[in-house]
Design a binder for this molecule. Structure first.
Ligand SMILES: [Zn+2]
Length: 140
């Protein structure tokens, strides 16, 4: 997978320090993240959200000498893919054969967004305004 290879490239400069079994502090300069291989989480949240181990997790896995494939979420498995597409999406006829129900649907009413975006702040005492020319308030 390309995403996993990309994270592997990013992990090159990071260093993992084992804190406990399956728990690492991964650092690069002043940056640092906590990786838990047991919980499959990283404090950068990338792994937690995507299910794909981030660069920091890759460093911890390299340190622990484990395979990245063991930590990818099941969602990315072939089994889950087949299950997701196991159902048939039934085809439908063309618009010419659709039943007419007599209801017309119109597009939403157009609203001029320029009015909503207009600068509406009143100048405070001591501030001048050139609102008529440029709409800005300045501290002069
Ligand atoms: Zn991370």
């Amino acid at each position: 997978m390309k995403k996993l290879e990309k994270e592997k490239d990013k992990s090159r400069w990071w260093q993992a320090i084992r804190a406990a079994a399956g728990k690492y502090s991964v650092k690069h300069g002043v940056q640092g993240f906590v990786v838990s291989l047991l919980d499959k989480t990283c404090s950068c949240k990338t792994w937690n959200l995507s299910g794909l181990p981030c660069a920091h997790a890759r460093v911890a896995m390299r340190e622990q000498r484990t395979k990245v494939e063991d930590y990818v979420h099941d969602y990315y498995s072939i089994e889950k893919y087949k299950k997701a597409y196991a159902y048939t999406i039934n085809p439908i006829n063309g618009r010419n054969l659709w039943e007419q129900v007599g209801v017309q649907i119109h597009p939403p009413e157009f609203k001029d967004t320029k009015k909503n975006l207009a600068f509406k702040r009143r100048p405070e005492e001591g501030e001048s305004s050139c609102r008529k020319r440029c709409g800005m308030v300045s501290n002069v």
